[in-house]
Design a protein around this ligand. Structure first.
Ligand code: SF4
Length: 132
């Protein structure tokens, strides 16, 4: 699947707004990939009341955010790779997260290019949730 490369503060890993109080959902593939890096599932992940697996926060930051840097950036979860393109389950549509200071760099065309992959990813999350 595609991943965004926004440059600037994001590529320098100095922003990390999206990694604070994260609510990022994880696919089973994400979890398996991160476990293979040597991390324990219960340390970085939990299942919410709706049955979705999500990244765990530690003192307000994603478990993997250390000194404002993602410790698994190359292998970060697929949802983090899509960010700041997000999917609103209530509205059933993709959009840009207004918390991200770089959304002005993303064109409508880029948003459309990622929509199909993001919807596919979300459908998979919903399937995995109902299977769990
Ligand atoms: S996994 Fe990395 S990129 Fe994703 S929220 Fe956590 S620190 Fe940020």
């Amino acid at each position: 699947m595609k991943s965004l490369s926004l440059g600037g503060v994001c590529a320098d890993f100095t922003c990390a707004i999206c990694c604070k109080d994260t609510k990022m959902m994880l696919s089973l593939n994400d979890i398996e990939k991160i476990e293979k890096l040597g991390y324990k599932k219960d340390d970085f992940c939990f299942q919410d009341e709706d049955g979705f697996f999500k990244l765990r926060n530690v003192t307000g930051n994603c478990f993997f955010l250390v000194e404002n840097k993602c410790q698994i950036y190359t292998d970060r979860p697929q949802g983090c790779k899509f960010y700041p393109i997000i999917f609103d389950l209530d509205l059933n549509k993709t959009s840009l997260d207004e918390d991200c200071p770089l959304i002005h760099t993303i064109s409508e065309k880029t948003l459309q290019n990622f929509t199909k992959d993001l919807k596919k990813f979300v459908r998979n999350l919903l399937r995995e949730k109902s299977d769990s």
